[in-house]
Design a binder for this molecule. Structure first.
Ligand code: ZN
Ligand code: ZN
Length: 362
């Protein structure tokens, strides 16, 4: 018998997302069916609908989620029915070149896939699911390596954030930038990822954490996350940062926007020999121009951090334990708890730069 679920779908580019009934695939060997209990509204989903990314359609949105395993296929060993799990949009195969070389976040079996078919149907026709998940749905079917068990004591809304924004922001600071005590860290773009980066920089012992956003309204959120200073983004950013930092420039800039203009701003605001870590996922045709002489003489490093450069199977449970023992406070990150049908309005708020994370509670 076929199963159905409700999910948030975009039928064609430019058409508003709507909650519709979808056919769920029968689960196969190595797959699990998860009842989604909470799903966060992430900027990458907005990029799927505002033209920054160009995924195939129809498309089920959503990739930052947590829920309960309700069915397991043959040969599933890592979870059982009833387990609470965080969904992982970059599952590691553990056998490709990257997995063999301790870079599971670059696993070649899932890298770079914005959306793919997984057997879900809409009116009998195949639909695509965002980042292999399509988590804005009451239920999803996923491979077992795309679910990470977490303690049942952890609230689903907080657990959901561990699957994208928190892992991405904190991993960029800890694993890619490797921020050291006393360093000055600039964070550009204060959505869920940026605010997580601010908190991680503070936790890493950064001397100054300078948070930057286009919206003055993010100041309170930035300070709650641990920022020592807040600046509204402007052409004079580099000068303002140097004014806060003995004229030197930041040791690190964490770019959480994914635009050439902010990557350039991050580059200019960093000291000679400093490091820019790009976390935001930008558009393919948004070119970053840097002078060849500038690259040499500034001796700066430009790095990307994909999914927090983390082994998700180890770091998500570690983050879950940190939330439960009180060493990682995520309460300030969730500013709106909403329904699935309210997610499009949350995208509008995100476009206007309002609030931090909206989380759909299912
Ligand atoms: Zn995300
Ligand atoms: Zn792999």
């Amino acid at each position: 018998m076929s199963r159905y679920t409700n999910g948030l779908v975009i039928r064609d580019p430019g058409v508003p997302a709507e909650v519709v009934e979808l056919g769920l695939p029968e689960i196969g060997p190595g797959q699990v069916r998860v009842e989604v209990r909470a799903a966060g509204v992430c900027h990458s989903d907005l990029s799927m609908i505002n033209g920054t990314l160009r995924p195939p359609h129809p498309l089920v949105l959503g990739h930052e989620a947590a829920g309960v395993v309700v069915e397991t296929g043959d040969r599933v060993s890592r979870v059982r029915v009833g387990d609470h799990v965080v969904l992982n949009w970059q599952p590691a195969c553990r056998s490709c070149w990257f997995c063999d070389h301790d870079q599971p976040w670059l696993c070649s079996t899932s890298s770079g896939v914005a959306a793919l078919e997984n057997g879900m149907t809409l009116d009998g026709a195949p639909v695509h699911v965002t980042l292999g998940l399509g988590a804005f749905a009451e239920q999803v079917v996923a491979p077992e390596n795309a679910v990470i068990p977490v303690p049942p004591q952890l609230d689903f809304d907080l657990a959901a954030l561990l699957g994208c924004s928190v892992l991405t922001g904190s991993g960029a600071v800890r694993n890619t930038a490797r921020v050291q005590p006393g360093e000055t860290v600039l964070v550009l773009g204060l959505g869920g990822v940026g605010l997580s980066a601010v908190a991680a920089a503070r936790a890493a012992g950064a001397g100054k954490v300078i948070a930057v956003d286009v919206s003055e309204a993010k100041k309170g959120l930035a300070e709650a996350a641990g920022a020592t200073d807040f600046l509204v983004s402007s052409d004079g950013l580099s000068k303002e940062v140097r004014g806060l930092n003995s004229k030197l420039g930041a040791d690190h800039a964490i770019e959480c926007v994914g635009r050439a203009s902010t990557i350039r701003a991050a580059w200019r605001a960093t000291r000679r020999g400093g490091q820019v870590t790009v976390v935001g996922m930008g558009a393919a045709d948004d070119m970053v121009q840097l002078g060849a002489l500038d690259i040499f003489s500034s001796a700066r490093t430009l790095k990307a951090s994909v999914y927090g450069q983390a082994d998700t199977d180890l770091e998500v449970p570690a983050l879950a334990r940190a939330v439960l023992d009180g060493t990682l406070n995520l309460d300030h990150l969730i500013t709106d708890r909403i329904t699935l049908a309210d997610v499009p309005a949350a995208f509008d708020r995100m476009s206007r730069g309002e609030g931090a994370r909206s989380v759909a509670i299912l």
